[in-house]
Write a protein that binds this ligand. Structure first.
Ligand code: SF4
Ligand code: SF4
Length: 216
């Protein structure tokens, strides 16, 4: 799941740059779960913008805003979207990009959220960053704990010298990722994996933007 947080309303109004008729898009998937872009947040944003003199032509809560087909369907269904001078999107950056790809290019698309990270969900409202999307997964070697993500220094081959009583020197409230990896590998009887170094990541293959086209 993609975790987002709300931008300050003045940042959003500034980005509108005087445009007074907007349409709002929310996302009924990740942003809804983060309480940043569901039905309630769309209604709140509508009220807030209207108090600031911005007319809201309508609100669209799309199932997954990062899905072009769903945005296209919404545009076909909702005539009033075409009358808007700007779109405000309460979704992650991929959602903003998708709305912009589908809508008239002359109409600015403004993000209402900041996109933070890819998370695993402990339960509703509690998210943990567990993967930085590096493209070369090493979780088979690290008992499913990502050193690239869960160690603030991204160390791939054991702890730094700063680990103290098992805690991380960067964040003393957090157990060192490598202490956790060691403990879990030991429980799995796979400590031998730590004897072979994990090679450095090949950043030359990590060229953005990345694309994947799958055949059905
Ligand atoms: S190594 Fe870490 S960042 Fe890379 S794909 Fe695996 S979990 Fe994600
Ligand atoms: S103490 Fe552990 S988790 Fe913290 S920076 Fe050093 S190796 Fe990484």
């Amino acid at each position: 799941m993609i975790v987002t947080k709300k931008k300050d309303i003045s940042t959003i109004v500034d980005a509108l740059d005087g445009r007074k008729r907007v349409h709002l898009f929310g996302c009924n998937a990740c942003a809804e779960q983060c309480y940043t872009g569901g039905r309630r947040e769309l209604d709140e944003m509508k009220e807030t913008l209207e108090r600031r003199g911005v007319e809201v032509t309508g609100t669209s809560l799309v199932d997954e805003t990062c899905y072009r087909q769903r945005i296209r369907m919404e545009l076909r269904k909702r005539e009033e979207i075409r009358g808007a001078e700007a779109m405000v999107v309460l979704a992650c950056g991929a959602g903003v990009r998708t709305v912009a790809d589908v809508c008239d290019e002359r109409v600015p698309v403004i993000p209402a959220l900041d996109t933070l990270f890819l998370a695993s969900v402990e339960r509703h409202g509690r998210f943990h960053e567990g993967c930085s999307l590096c493209g070369e997964c090493v979780l088979d070697r690290t008992a499913s704990i990502c050193p690239h993500t869960e160690c603030p220094k991204g160390l791939l081959n054991g702890p730094c010298g700063g680990v103290a009583d098992g805690m991380c020197e960067v964040n003393m409230e957090m157990e060192c990722a490598w202490v956790r990896i060691y403990r879990r590998l030991r429980r799995q009887r796979r400590l031998h994996l730590m004897r072979t170094p994990i090679p450095p990541k090949d950043h030359s293959t990590d060229v953005r933007p990345r694309k994947v086209f799958l055949r059905h």
